[in-house]
Ligand binder design. Structure first.
Ligand SMILES: O=C1C[C@@H](c2ccc(O)c(O)c2)Oc2cc(O)cc(O)c21
Ligand SMILES: O=C(O)CCC(=O)C(=O)O
Ligand SMILES: [Fe+2]
Length: 366
């Protein structure tokens, strides 16, 4: 069971065992050893069809083929709005536990506050608190699950969601063109675009080398726009976890992660970003992930299969089925890992006992 909030645990000297990860899962690179491998792309001139658009498009394609990640600046989202959003988010996490827990979503509620993970049944806990809103489609908004504190939060969040939806649609147009399709192809494939905002708060951690803020994963949707502060902690791998890099935080930039849906629609040409978040003992960290997903009933299947290529999917399925399979695979994997670990401990204990039993009593007592 995850604790109700992390505030109390952050002041302890050692980490509770429920947060301790297996050695191979622990961070391999420091949270502040930044890499410049992920390109930072200016979107200035993106609407000049005969000008900068082609050049921007080329840079995005390369980044998607390489990592499934790039950063964007000059994106048109007002810096003041970004500041308000991050300031209010920090104020929310600084509220007393009972205020945050008024929006507790641990019973499976759609939106609100939770410690560690949105997934029930995770074996090891993530070192994070989250608050999440389902912001699109607008008709499905349930404002009773949007915190009413700090004051002004709902207005700012609405505005932020709208501006990020506009930016995401712009990026999806470029990605469609990059796939050699009509610019509406990706938004059409989403049927009615869903948007979910997840604000991640990673408190300072007493033993950051033993745990993760958010375990390794790929995002399920089409693209995710991630706003992070300047602390650092977002890490990515492109060799299945052998080596990792820490993404250089850039003030006011959005990190764009391609998700599983985007990966499948491109028939695997564009990577789904394989990433995680690490924590540290010096400062807390905030990131805001805006997940742009297709409608649950949207059909997931490659939009274009190039000559000589095979489809990366066996059959078309709905996005909700794709999401369900992903989550149950993730949980099953974690369960099998836990089982294997328990069996290994039991085998080691049994071997130790057998060794002891085979010794003469004089040797044991010596
Ligand atoms: O919090 C997240 C992060 C991310 C995610 C995906 C899959 C995982 O197994 C995992 O541990 C994290 O994507 C999300 C997608 C959602 O719909 C909600 C989330 O809270 C998240
Ligand atoms: O906090 C971060 O840097 C990563 C967050 C993330 O990957 C997510 O919310 O899906
Ligand atoms: Fe993610």
């Amino acid at each position: 069971m995850a604790p109700s909030t992390l505030t109390a645990l952050a002041d302890e000297k050692t980490l509770q065992t429920s947060f301790i990860r297996d050695e191979e899962e622990r961070p391999k690179v420091a949270y502040n050893k930044f890499s410049d491998e992920i390109p930072v792309i200016s979107l200035k001139g993106i609407d000049d069809v005969d000008g900068r658009r082609g050049e921007i498009c080329e840079k995005i394609v390369k980044a998607c083929e390489d990592w499934g990640i790039f950063q964007v600046v000059d994106h048109g989202v007002d810096a003041e709005l970004i500041k308000q959003m991050t300031t209010l988010a920090k104020e929310f996490f600084a509220l007393p536990p009972e205020e945050k827990l008024r929006f507790d979503m641990s019973g499976g509620k759609k939106g609100g506050f939770i410690v560690s993970s949105h997934l029930q049944g995770e074996v090891v806990q993530d070192w994070r608190e989250i608050v999440t809103y389902f912001s699109y489609p607008i008709r499905a908004r349930d404002y009773s699950r949007w915190p009413d504190k700090p004051q002004g939060w709902i207005d700012v969040t609405q505005n932020y969601s709208e501006k990020l939806m506009e930016l995401a649609c712009k990026l999806l147009e470029v990605l469609s063109e990059a796939m050699g399709l009509e610019k509406e192809a990706l938004t059409n494939a989403c049927v009615d675009m869903d948007q979910k905002v997840v604000v991640n708060f990673y408190p300072k951690c007493p033993q950051p080398d033993l745990t993760l803020g958010l375990k390794r994963h790929t995002d399920p949707g089409t693209i995710t726009l991630l706003l992070q502060d300047l602390v650092g902690g977002l890490q990515a791998t492109k060799d299945n976890g052998k080596t990792w890099i820490t993404v250089q935080p850039v003030e006011g930039a959005f990190v764009v992660n391609l998700g599983d849906h985007g990966h499948f629609l491109s028939n695997g040409r564009f990577k789904n970003a394989d990433h995680q978040a690490v924590v540290n003992s010096n400062s807390s960290r905030l990131s805001i992930a805006t997940f742009q997903n297709p409608a649950p009933e949207a059909i997931v299947y490659p939009l274009k299969i190039r000559e000589g290529e095979k489809a990366v999917m066996a059959e078309p399925i709905t996005f909700s089925e794709m999401y369900r399979r992903k989550m149950s695979n993730d949980l099953e994997l974690a369960r099998l890992k836990k089982q294997a670990k328990e069996q290994q401990i039991q085998a080691e204990e049994a071997a130790g006992k057998a060794k002891l039993e085979s010794k003469p009593i004089e040797e044991i007592l010596a």
